[in-house]
Write a protein that binds this ligand. Sequence first.
Ligand SMILES: [Zn+2]
Length: 255
Amino acid sequence: MDGKKIGIIIVVFTVVIFLVACIVTFKGKNLLAVEAGAQQEVGQKIELEVNSEKSDIRLPVWEPSGQYVDLDKLILVNKQNPVGKDFIPKDLVRPAYRAQNRNPDDQYLTREAADALDKLACDALGEGHEIVVTTAYRSYNLQNYLYNNYVKKDGKELADKYSAQPGKSEHQTGLAVDVSSPSVNYKLVKEYGNTTEGKWLAENSWKYGFIIRYLEGQEDVTGYTYEPWHLRYVGQEAATVIKDKGITLEEYLNK
Ligand SMILES: [Zn+2]
């Protein structure tokens, strides 16, 4: 074999090796992509299952029945002051800053509260804190479904400490919103109060008309344990007083 032939063999061999390497890499990437797709599909499937389960029990916000209340933003809804089954706030819209892994049907607020929430989230983001809506408006029927599930899981006594009975949840007013951030994986956990986002909220949400509704040590008044993620829109005037005095909405309203 002369030098020229050996040269050609080496070139052909190198090209073959290169091609094989390319194919293996491409297949590997494809496999990763397929795996990611499969994971996504599983996630979507779970969400779809939950949705289909809910779909026949929940009252969609566009449901023509119901009262469509033009409500007072200082409305008090708690264990002693429930609202009816048909109580649906007027003018529900979805804020822009929403967690994408949640059901968009659960992310409505009244227009005024939604605008205020977007302003809050936008300013927070400007300071490096991602704060988004996980869930907001909940119909009576959806609350009924959730509450009964909690009772099944934890028993009535414990469930009553962290979940509202249907009609007794502020979420039915479209003025209450549960927010979260990537630092706690968009979960609703007490540690949220110690994150930079949770601290930012406690410090600044009043400027946008929101209060942290269920504060630590105020369980006797509010009926609920500490929830650093649960914001309630009351408007700037009330929020300023409530924050300054460190009181609850019940105390502000003298109830
Ligand atoms: Zn809440």
